[in-house]
Structure formats: structure tokens, C-alpha cells
Design a protein around this ligand. Structure first.
Ligand code: C2E
Ligand code: CA
Ligand code: CA
Length: 392
């Protein structure tokens, strides 16, 4: 089924690369070896591919390559190699996985050629094995269609509860967008958010989402169901200087307090636009909106950045939460996030809580709020109300 994807070998050691090329070619792979990371990154990498990556290279190292490919939203499977010990490989693997990059294997030099062959031979053909997150926009969905969908109000919000870990009380909900496509059914954000970001539609998309959320908040308030709604915003949204004013006008119009409204911004977007977004973030905060730093632990913010940006809530990335009981390093990250957040006076939210054991551990560590499939999946508004009623 299907032909083999392109195989790239990125290693500054020409001798090693040559050996791997020879072996891969023998097994029918079309393989390109590259010694320079910058040259590799300038290639057209739009098709699915496999990358054998040496972590230790001069100038641009393997970690930077991973980050650059994640930013490009490249669709690839990764095989890591390193001359260092297992620990370096392990943390690089964690980093890649935090970016939802599928890591096939890690190998320490000198490489066992038979193992390399086995890995190559075990790669299934077809597209499914490529990272879900990076599979942007199915071919049937175009920017024009998305634009029309926004105009025709085909985007809807699902709400996922966030519970107080001490009392079990519902403290807030995260609004997650879905596209109710007339023919294709429900489409998830992983399939159109990055399309929106690339095609300059993210401004109108976010505006539509915020309109829906604010109207929903007003409706719930009238029913006596008051809860904080968190909305996700993208990097480009937080540099829009008019955002604070637009938001305050909207919440005033719907008679809801800014405190009932939170914006979630991923750590990566904040870092990308740090200087240009600090102004907007501070003004949002001064107007009373709550700001959450999302997917924390997957970006590269320093303590100073965290201190500078006015975040009230820190959301620990779900990749760490989901693996914290099996993976010692994930556990350390979760612990450090909780300690850091507490010291900085932030509220901590753990995402991706799927088991009672994880809930118990997080609670013991002093995490404030939890969100995840253990308690509830994201739901349409009526189901959420029903869910809340059933719990009482
Ligand atoms: P996110 O902000 O990190 O949202 C959490 C994602 O994890 C959601 O996926 C949610 O359904 C899923 N999730 C929640 N609990 C669990 C759990 O226990 N286990 C597992 N495995 N998954 C869980 P969803 O709804 O597909 O959204 C994916 C991403 O799309 C979001 O990640 C967010 O970055 C983005 N997104 C969603 N809605 C919007 C939006 O309105 N605007 C923007 N700009 N981005 C959005
Ligand atoms: Ca979020
Ligand atoms: Ca998140």
C-alpha cells in the first residue's frame, strides 16, 4: 500500500550518514543525506517524510531542528540518534512528543545497523502513522470553505468542565471549537485552526468564538448558572492592539463581568510574540479579564518571561499529566510547574486527567483545578447543563 515516504538523514558526520544511506537504499528507500541543518530546513518539506536526526551538530543542533519543524507543522516521523547517553535522547524524545511529533525510535551511537533496519522495516505504509496534530486541514477543507463556515455560523463551541480538586465544585469551562460541517459532520480544531492561522482567518475565527462564548455566558447567567468561560486565542490574536477594547465593549453589551471570561494563550504563542503581546496582555488583565498560560512546559519561556506576563492561571500541558505516573521526568515537570505556579501566586490547572490515580496524585501535590476525560469530555451547552444537574 502506497510508496515509501522520503527518508532524510541529518548528521554532520558524513561517514555515519553515508553508512545509513547505504543501508536504507538497500531496503528500497529514497534517501537524502544532509550535513547542514540550515540547508535541510530550507528544503521543501511539505510532503510526509521520515527524518533520522543526529542531536549533536554544530551551529543548529537537533533540538532546534525539532522546534523549527514543529513550527513549520511538518508531517514526519522521527528517529533520533545521539553520541550522548540515553538521558539526552530521552529528553529530546519528550520534547518532540510534547510537540506531538511521532518518535519512532532513539538510538545511541555507535548505531546497531540491524536495529536501524528493523525500525525502517516496521514503518507502516499509508498516512495514519503521521502525527495527528500536524495533519493540518484534510484536503477537502479549504480556506474559502472555512471562511464561509465562519460567516454562516457553522462553528460551535463545546465546553469542558474544570473542577476544584478540593471540593469537586465546577469552577469553569474551557470552550473548544468544533465545525459543524453540513456534509462532513463534526470537524475538530486540529483540522482547521492551523489552516485559519496560515490563511489570515484566525482574526475572524476568534472574533466569532468570542461572540458565541459571551452570548453563552449571558444566557447561563440568566439561568442562574454562572461559570467562568475560557476561550483559546492564537498568537496573532494577542498582538491585535484593539482586542482589549473590543472585548470590554462586548462584555459590557452582554452585561457580563470581565472576571467571568478567561483567555488561554499557549506558552509557545506568548514566546513567539512576547514583546508585541505584553502590552495587549497587560491591558486585558487591567480590564479584569483572566489570562491563562496554556500547554505550559512545552514552550521555552524563562522565569523572567513568566514573571513579566500577567498570567493568573497556569495550565500544565496534558502530555506531562497523562504520563506522570509512568514517566519520572514527566512527574518532575508536573511537580515543578505546581511549585512554580504556587510561588508566583497563580492558579494551577492540570489538563488531560484521565484516571483516578492521576487525580489523586495531583491533588496530593496541591494542584488547584483539573480538567479531563475522567470527569467529562467537552460537551455542547445543553449536555453540559444536564451533566451539571446530574452531579448535584
Ligand atoms: P487545548 O487548548 O490544549 O485543549 C485541550 C484539548 O485536549 C481539547 O482537544 C480537549 O478535547 C482535549 N482533552 C481534554 N481532556 C482530555 C483528556 O483527558 N484526554 C485527552 N486525550 N484529551 C483531552 P480539542 O478540542 O480537539 O482541541 C485541540 C486544540 O485546538 C486545543 O488544545 C486548542 O489549542 C485548539 N483550539 C480549540 N478550540 C480553539 C479555539 O476556539 N480557538 C483556537 N485558536 N484554538 C482552539
Ligand atoms: Ca486551551
Ligand atoms: Ca492545553
Amino acid at each position: 500500500m502506497g510508496s515509501k515516504p522520503q527518508l532524510y538523514i541529518l548528521d554532520d558526520d558524513a561517514q555515519y550518514a553515508g553508512l545509513l544511506v547505504e543501508v536504507a537504499a538497500k531496503y528500497g528507500w529514497s534517501v537524502i543525506a544532509e550535513q547542514n541543518a540550515a540547508t535541510f530546513l530550507s528544503l521543501d518539506l511539505t510532503e510526509n517524510f521520515i527524518l533520522v536526526l543526529d542531536l549533536h551538530m554544530p551551529e543548529i543542533d537537533g533540538i532546534e531542528v525539532i522546534r523549527a519543524l514543529a513550527d513549520k507543522k511538518a508531517n514526519f516521523l522521527l528517529i533520533l540518534i545521539s553520541g550522548f547517553d540515553e538521558r539526552v535522547l530521552h529528553s529530546a524524545q519528550q520534547l518532540a512528543e510534547a510537540h506531538k511529533i511521532n518518535v519512532l525510535a532513539s538510538m545511541v551511537k555507535p548505531i546497531n545497523i540491524q536495529r536501524f533496519v528493523n525500525i525502517l522495516e516496521s514503518i507502516p505504509m499509508g498516512g495514519d502513522q503521521f502525527s495527528e496534530k500536524n495533519l493540518v486541514a484534510t484536503p477537502s477543507v479549504t480556506a474559502e470553505e472555512l471562511q464561509q463556515a465562519i460567516q454562516q455560523h457553522q462553528l460551535v463551541l463545546y465546553y469542558q468542565p474544570q473542577l476544584d480538586m478540593k471540593t469537586g465544585e465546577l469552577l469553569g469551562v474551557e470552550a473548544l471549537v468544533r465545525w459543524k460541517h453540513p456534509e462532513l459532520g463534526l470537524i475538530f480544531p486540529g483540522q482547521f485552526i492551523s489552516l485559519a492561522e496560515r490563511s489570515d482567518l484566525i482574526g475572524v475565527l476568534t472574533e466569532e468564538i468570542i461572540n458565541i462564548a459571551v452570548a453563552q455566558s449571558q444566557k447561563w447567567q440568566a439561568m442562574g448558572f454562572s461559570t467562568v468561560i475560557s476561550v483559546n486565542v492564537s498568537a496573532d490574536n494577542i498582538t491585535s492592539l484593539s482586542l482589549p477594547e473590543q472585548l470590554i465593549t462586548l462584555t459590557n453589551k452582554h452585561e457580563i463581568a470581565p472576571e467571568a471570561f478567561a483567555l488561554e494563550i499557549t506558552e509557545t504563542s506568548v514566546m513567539e510574540k512576547l514583546t508585541s503581546s505584553l502590552d495587549v496582555l497587560n491591558r486585558l488583565r487591567m480590564k479584569g479579564f483572566s489570562l491563562s498560560i496554556d500547554d505550559f512546559g512545552t514552550g521555552y519561556s524563562s522565569l523572567t518571561h513568566l514573571y513579566q506576563a500577567p498570567f493568573r492561571v497556569l495550565k500544565i500541558d496534558q502530555s506531562f499529566v497523562m504520563s506522570m505516573l509512568e514517566d519520572k521526568e514527566a512527574m518532575v515537570i508536573v511537580e515543578v510547574c505546581i511549585m512554580l505556579g504556587k510561588k508566583m501566586g497563580m492558579t494551577l490547572v492540570a489538563e488531560g486527567v484521565e484516571t483516578q490515580e492521576v487525580w489523586d496524585k495531583l491533588r496530593a501535590l496541591g494542584c488547584d483545578l483539573a480538567q479531563g476525560y475522567l470527569m467529562a469530555k467537552p460537551m455542547p451547552e445543553d449536555e453540559l447543563i444536564q451533566w451539571a444537574k446530574n452531579r448535584q
